[in-house]
Design a protein around this ligand. Structure first.
Ligand code: ATP
Ligand code: MG
Length: 564
């Protein structure tokens, strides 16, 4: 963080920061104002996080400010629910707009006046063509556009018609207001774009005060100008709109002149980052909601237990460039693991329980053993775990007839129970179907804490929970929502949905302290991965989500690249 207006040393970390740095050095601006400008027509996703981290990030670094502005110009698709969730998500991500919360709808009156201003200057006209006709007249990349028959309407007639549009004299879609720019322009955005349309729709903030609405393109740049935004940072698809925004700014008495800079949007493998597609997933019930932990939405990632700091770290690592690319989901996973490894407390939980009876442990007795909270953080301390005659271990940690490389429990074999004792399996008890239902074992009381005084070694350490003390829980395991790297690459993206993206385990056992874990607090279940309580939890019946497994595919991929 620097003092207001003082360029920092890392001014050149990416082209956006380089531009801002130069502007400050050259005195083109004395302070930096950015904004994050969502349309409230869906929930924010990981792609938006890139934009949020960039806009709020540079404002913070250069001692400026970042506004949160809703570009709410399309009442048909906008909802209060989205306005609320977006604010919650930006705050959760760790950013604060202070008092600078704005809405394009707050500027409707000003925008309307500016539309009249263009009409008065002969730079806008009311058109009676239908939407289809306008499209047809507009031409294509290779065919120049044709003038609308109404293009030459006199100023007075335009003004009268536009006022009557506002007054509600015409049906929805009957007329539009268009900027009069250049029907032959090579840039289709300059071929007399529509800037106002008639639309009788209840607006989440202005209600039915208006029956005409500015288009996004008319509202966006002027809103930036009203707010004194110095650097209007947006994604590459708006590059072709910049000449239109500049034309509007040049032709209107706006209070400031923002400059637009475009960067590449974030694409991520195995998921989609388009609000329209995410909306389809929610509406058609492919997921449980916007905050389904499989969704790339910020609310979904949060519910899955991914810390905001990991997302900020991810945004920093992918950087800001002008060329489109797709980032591996494994990189996000890597950031999550790296952070959680340092911060998450360790606990024990058994997802597929197999009962162990320790025949030489006294019946009805129990003791407390000391478990380390976080080996990466000595200050995190320890917590007690109860141990008793009957335990659960992971079904997969036992094999009756183990192959060579299986070092865990098997008949006659000794292993370590983490934080507890050495345990030897004496017998596997089977049910009528031949399935192992219980292990009869013995323990060595001399090995309390997990070490043998005679120095003998074991090849495996297993996690466990005490049967009598354990909490029964549901655990939800998640996999990629899409089975392919680029959903929709060859057809409908819905066809690429991974049918096995959710596995629900209903008979898991957790160490008792886990009932107290707060929602949003991610812990490591030893040997299994990172998990966090889901809001579906009810007292006595916790539900946990697997945030992420322990195996780091990203680190593996990098190591492979290094060794060729
Ligand atoms: P979608 O394509 O998902 O509908 P959008 O661009 O229409 O997204 P907005 O609400 O307009 O969504 O986005 C707000 C800001 O976030 C814009 O400045 C936009 O450029 C940026 N943004 C949206 N998607 C991404 C992305 N994938 N990567 C980076 N920035 C993004
Ligand atoms: Mg948009």
């Amino acid at each position: 963080m620097s003092e207001a207006g003082t360029p920092t040393d890392d001014g050149g970390r990416d082209f956006v920061r380089a531009v801002i740095h130069e502007d400050l050095v050259a005195g083109r601006t004395t302070s930096v104002v950015t904004r994050f400008p969502p349309e409230p027509n869906g929930y924010l996703h990981i792609g938006h996080a890139k934009s949020i981290c960039l806009n709020f990030g540079v404002a913070g670094e250069f001692g400026g400010r970042c506004n949160l502005r809703f570009d709410d110009t399309n009442p048909i698709k906008e909802e209060m629910e989205f306005i609320d969730s977006i604010q919650e998500d930006v705050r959760w991500l760790g950013y604060d707009w202070g008092e600078h919360l704005y809405f394009a709808s707050d500027y409707f009156e000003q925008l309307y006046d500016w539309a009249e201003h263009l009409i008065g200057d002969g730079k806008a006209y009311v058109d009676d063509l239908t939407a289809d006709e306008i499209r047809e007249y507009r031409g294509t990349l290779t065919v120049p556009g044709r003038d609308s028959p109404h293009r030459a309407r006199p100023v007075d007639e335009n003004l009268d018609l536009f006022r009557r549009m506002r007054a509600g004299d015409f049906a929805d879609g009957a007329r539009v207001l268009r900027a009069k720019i250049d029907m032959a322009s090579g840039n289709i955005n300059l071929r007399d774009p529509v800037i106002y349309r008639i639309l009788r729709a209840e607006h989440p903030r202005t209600g039915d005060a208006w029956c005409i609405y500015p288009t996004y393109d008319f509202a966006h740049g002027q809103s930036d100008a009203i707010e004194g935004v110095t650097h209007s940072i947006c994604t590459l698809e708006f590059e072709d709109h910049r000449p239109l925004y500049d034309w509007l700014i040049d032709n209107l008495p706006v209070p400031s002149r923002p400059r637009q800079y475009e960067f590449a949007r974030l694409n991520l493998t195995h998921t989609v980052v388009s609000k329209r597609r995410l909306m389809d997933l929610v509406r058609d019930g492919h997921v449980k909601g916007w905050d389904d932990p499989r969704m790339p939405t910020l609310s979904g990632l949060r519910r899955r237990g991914i810390p905001a700091a990991a997302i900020r770290d991810f945004a920093g690592r992918i950087g800001v460039t002008k060329s489109d690319s797709t980032v591996e989901m494994a990189l996000l996973d890597h950031c999550v693991r790296e952070l959680l490894n340092k911060t998450a407390e360790r606990r024990m939980a058994v997802l597929h329980p197999l009962k162990v009876v320790i025949e030489n442990y006294p019946e009805g007795e129990s003791e407390e053993l000391e478990a380390v909270n976080n080996p990466e953080d000595p200050d995190a301390g320890t917590h007690p775990v109860p141990f008793s005659r009957e335990l659960y271990i992971e079904r997969g940690d036992f094999m009756e007839d183990p192959p060579k490389k299986f070092f865990r429990l098997a008949p006659g074999r000794e292993v370590r129970l983490r934080y507890a004792y050495f345990l030897t399996c004496r017998e596997a008890v089977k049910d009528d179907a031949g399935e192992v239902v219980e292990l009869r074992c013995t323990y060595d009381p001399e090995t309390r804490g997990g070490n043998a005084p005679d120095g003998r070694k074991v090849k495996a350490t297993l996690h466990w929970v005490s049967a009598a003390h354990a909490v029964k829980a549901e655990v939800r395991l998640y996999d990629h929502l899409f089975a392919t790297e680029e959903p929709g690459a060859d057809g409908d993206f819905l066809d690429d949905i991974n049918p096995d993206s959710l596995e629900v385990l209903r008979d898991c056992r957790l160490e008792p302290g886990l009932t107290e874990a707060a929602v949003g607090e991610t812990v490591q279940f030893e040997r299994l991965g990172y998990f966090c309580p889901d809001p579906d939890s009810i007292p006595g019946a916790p539900v946990f989500n697997r945030t992420i497994g322990l195996r780091d595919m990203w680190a593996k991929m990098q190591a492979k690249k290094r060794t060729g």
